[in-house]
Design a protein around this ligand. Structure first.
Ligand SMILES: [Fe+2]
Length: 310
C-alpha cells in the first residue's frame, strides 16, 4: 500500500512549568533546533532531519502534560474526505482556518474517546533539513546534528479510558493497523494498543488509564542503537532524571531510554524496531509477560513506567 491518508505524527504540543528550563532541556541537551517563538511565549522546535517547519511546541503553564497532538495527512482532499467520516464515527469536528497555527494550513480538531485533543493538517511550510534536495549528500554541516543526535519526532504514547474506541477510530476511519496489543491475561481486556499507519511498528499508542487525556511520553528517533548509549551518557553527565535506562522493548523491539524533562514530562529516544507491513499479524502480549513486553533485556516491569503520567 502506498502511504496516503495519515502520514505521520507531525506535531506535539507540550505544557512546561518553566520555559527557561525547558529550552535548556529540549534545545541544549536534546539538541532540537529552536525555529521560532510565537504567541503566548510558545517555543517551536524541529529535529534536524525533518523538512517541516516544526514538530514540537512548548507552552508555559501551571501544569505539565500535552495540549494536543497532530498528524500530517497526504493532501487537502484527505482532510475533506475525513471530516464527515470522523463526524459519522461520533466525534464533533472543529474546523480551524489556515494560519491560525503558524506556518500551517487548515486543521481538523476533535477529542478522542480517551479525552485527548487530536488535530489533522495537510500543509506545513517546509524549511528543509539543511542538505537541500539536489545532490544532498548524507551529512549536514557540523553542529546541525548535536545533543542527543535526534533525527525526528516519531510517536507518542497517551493514557486514558476507552482505548478500544480510540483503536476503532484509528483502524476504521484512519486505516491504521493494530500492530501490537497488551491485554490482561485473565480478562483479555486491552491495556495498551499500538497502531501503525506506516512501516513503523507504531505511530501512536494508547495505554489504559482511568483519567482522561494523560500524557505518557513523546518519542524521538535516533539513527543507531549506539546513539541511545550516547544519549544515556549525556543524560548521566547533565543529571537528567532517568525513568528507565537503556533497554529494549519487547513491544516494537526498539532500543530505548526514558527520561524526564524538567517539568516531569516523559521523553523517549529510541532506535530500531521491526518493519511493519499491512499484512503483518497483530502481535499480542499478556500480563503474564509484562516484564518482557516492556523491557526485554531484564524482563522487569517498572512501576514508575506504568503509573507516572502528566
Ligand atoms: Fe515509545
Amino acid at each position: 500500500m502506498a502511504l496516503r491518508g495519515l502520514l505521520r505524527l507531525g506535531e506535539v504540543a507540550i505544557r512546561v512549568l518553566d520555559m527557561a528550563a525547558a529550552r535548556e532541556h529540549y534545545g541544549r541537551r536534546l539538541g532540537l533546533h529552536e525555529v521560532m517563538q510565537g504567541e503566548g511565549g510558545r517555543v517551536y522546535y524541529k529535529a534536524w532531519d525533518e523538512h517541516d517547519h516544526h514538530c514540537l511546541v512548548l507552552r508555559e503553564a501551571d501544569s505539565a502534560g500535552m495540549d494536543y497532538f497532530a498528524f500530517k495527512v497526504y493532501d487537502d482532499a484527505t482532510l475533506t474526505e475525513l471530516a464527515p467520516k470522523i463526524e459519522a464515527f461520533g466525534l464533533k469536528v472543529e474546523h480551524i482556518a489556515a494560519g491560525v497555527y503558524p506556518y500551517s494550513g487548515r486543521r481538523l480538531q476533535f477529542r478522542l474517546p480517551s479525552g485527548h485533543l487530536m488535530q489533522l493538517y495537510a500543509h506545513k511550510e517546509q524549511i528543509g533539513n539543511t542538505l537541500g534536495t539536489r545532490n544532498p549528500g548524507v551529512m549536514p554541516d557540523e553542529g546541525v546534528i548535536r545533543g542527543f543526535r535526534i533525527n525526528r519526532l516519531d510517536h507518542c504514547l497517551l493514557g486514558g479510558p476507552n482505548i478500544d474506541q480510540n483503536a476503532r477510530l484509528f483502524r476504521e476511519v484512519f486505516e491504521f493497523d493494530l500492530s501490537e496489543r497488551l491485554i490482561d491475561v485473565d480478562s483479555e481486556a486491552s491495556l495498551a494498543l499500538f497502531l501503525s499507519c506506516s512501516t513503523k511498528p507504531h505511530d501512536v499508542a494508547f495505554v489504559l488509564q482511568p483519567e482522561e487525556a494523560r500524557f505518557h511520553h513523546v518519542s524521538f528517533l535516533l539513527e543507531s542503537t549506539y546513539d541511545v548509549i550516547h544519549a544515556a551518557d549525556l543524560i548521566g553527565k547533565y543529571r537528567i532524571p532517568v525513568d528507565v535506562g537503556p533497554n529494549r522493548h519487547g513491544v516494537t523491539r526498539g532500543a530505548t531510554i526514558y527520561f524526564f524533562d524538567p517539568s516531569g514530562n516523559r521523553n523517549e529516544v529510541f532506535s530500531g524496531g521491526y518493519v511493519h507491513y499491512p499484512d503483518t499479524p497483530t502481535l499480542t502480549w499478556d500480563t503474564s509477560e509484562l516484564g518482557a513486553a516492556t523491557f526485554a533485556q531484564d524482563n522487569i516491569p517498572r512501576e514508575s513506567f506504568l503509573t507516572v503520567l502528566t
